[in-house]
Design a protein around this ligand. Structure first.
Ligand code: BES
Ligand code: ZN
Length: 459
């Protein structure tokens, strides 16, 4: 392992340059206008894997191509599926970036660019660690199968059919994903729970064109007023979601888990400072960490309609629209939620308004078992890579494929996040710490040897 660590130290500058090369590709999956960059990023990842001597392929799905490569099987040792995503979120709002989102810039020990932490920097750590093994030992202690997709940020469209079709090729004993965060700088974490998601677009149409708000207002239902009412009706003052049946399948937090979450060194005032607010709110009766990690939530993601230009315009708009989403917890069924929501919103929709509700994508939440030999191996590997034992956390984000791996391949996932909460994922000035890039790579290199010590039967 000393050879490996030494090798990784020597390669750090090259690793950083390679990360920059991948970050320069604007592989935005939302909106579908960046197809060339999507393909370029997929090719880049495939070529990077080929440089390890692995026969990487681009496999087509109904959405963006998936990059796949496998190393040879290792008798008696586990097969590990490494998942990551090469697609990124749109960079907007552009004018808030201190350096352009697709021109990676090194500042104060970080690399700034869209995708730095989510997920290009994190996914590369596993490719680099595999390369380090091959360069120093000439072999890998486990079989690695890499599956790097390109539509995660838009809900992993097409991946369910892909995983179902390719289940033999993807067969493995455990999945590893680095696409989440540490608990705090230098305090690594293993994430054992992710939220699910149900994402909707609501379109409301009133009169066949915009009207004078003096002549018609008060007598004709205003679609923007109506959108505001309907959205306000989704939650009560205690932060409870009012869609009937919404909480039916929610598994309550146990006393034990509440104690464990409360024991984490979470500083609420630091948290507020980090995001620039002077107070926090949420579902009554729950702590901030419980709200963020283990309780369902509802957020408007965008809302539009009416006059947005300079000055004032007295208009009664003909249309309004809202994008909004629920983060779900394990055991809530997104399809049932969608049905209950549609019925509830229809009951709130006044005469004179036509409502169209579309579910754009959804995924259930998940909790993975903590008591497996794989978890223990990951714990030891992180300790070696970061010099500190991980804490166990849940997260509010979603990685839809984790459920697919459980349902279709029958395997659980190790969620080993090297990022930080203040890495600005999905926001301006996304970054990834170059030290975490290196520590993550080292932890990953140790992970292959720790997992290699677990004996499994031949498949
Ligand atoms: N890397 C995130 C998931 C994540 C976020 C994990 C925060 C832990 C903490 C992932 O790329 C992501 O953002 N996923 C989307 C999925 C959605 C579009 C289905 C998300 O959570 O919004
Ligand atoms: Zn991600």
């Amino acid at each position: 392992m000393q050879d490996l660590d030494r090798y990784l130290n020597e390669q750090q500058a090259r690793h950083e340059d390679e990360l920059c090369a991948l970050l320069r590709i604007p592989s935005i999956s939302a909106g579908g206008a960046h197809q060339a960059a999507i393909r370029q990023a997929a090719e880049w990842v495939a070529n990077r894997l080929r440089r390890l001597g692995l026969p990487a392929e681009l496999l087509e799905t109904s959405s963006n191509p998936v990059v796949y490569a496998a190393s040879p099987p290792v008798a008696g040792a586990p097969t590990v599926l490494v998942y990551g995503h090469y697609d990124v979120q749109p960079p907007d709002p552009l004018d808030e970036w201190l350096s352009p989102p697709f021109e990676p810039a090194r500042r104060d020990g970080n690399i700034y660019a869209r995708g730095a932490t989510d997920d290009k920097g994190q996914l590369l750590t596993h490719i680099q660690s595999a390369e380090a093994w091959l360069q120093t030992a000439g072999r890998l202690p486990v079989q690695l199968k890499f599956l790097i997709e390109g539509a995660e940020e838009t809900g992993s469209a097409g991946l369910d059919e892909f995983v179902a079709q390719e289940s033999r090729r993807l067969a493995c004993d455990v999945v590893v994903i680095s696409d989440s965060s540490q608990f705090a700088p230098g305090q690594p974490a293993i994430t054992y729970g992710l939220k699910g998601l149900a994402y909707f677009e609501l379109r409301l149409t009133g009169p066949h064109q915009d009207l004078h708000s003096g002549s018609f207002g008060g007598a004709v239902t205003n679609p923007v007023n109506c959108a505001a009412h309907m959205m306000a009706s989704l939650m009560n003052k205690s932060g409870k979601i009012r869609v009937p049946g919404f909480y039916d399948d929610v598994v309550p937090l146990t006393k034990r888990e509440r104690r464990q979450l409360a024991a984490l060194p979470f500083d609420e005032s630091e948290f507020m400072q980090q995001i620039g607010v002077d107070g926090v709110t949420g579902e009554r009766g729950y702590t901030t960490l419980e709200r963020r990690w283990a309780r369902p939530t509802c957020d408007i993601n965008g809302i539009w309609g009416g006059y947005q230009g300079d000055g004032a315009k007295t208009v009664l708009p003909a249309k309004a629209g809202v994008k909004f989403s629920f983060r779900l917890v394990p055991n809530q069924d997104p399809a049932q939620i969608a049905q209950a929501l549609e019925a509830y919103l229809a009951s709130q929709c006044p005469p004179g308004i036509r409502m169209e509700l579309t579910c754009m994508h959804s995924a259930p939440g998940i909790v993975v078992p903590l008591d497996s030999p794989y978890m223990q191996a990951a714990t030891r590997a992180i300790e070696q890579g970061f010099g500190r034992a991980p804490v166990f956390t849940r997260e509010g984000g979603s990685i839809p494929v984790v459920n697919l791996f459980r349902a279709q391949l029958g395997v659980d996932t190790l969620l080993l996040g090297w990022g930080l909460d203040d890495d600005n994922a999905h926001s301006p000035n996304e970054k990834f710490s170059l030290l975490d890039f290196q520590r993550g790579t080292k932890a990953s290199a140790h992970l292959w040897s720790e997992l290699g010590q677990i004996t499994v039967g031949d498949r």
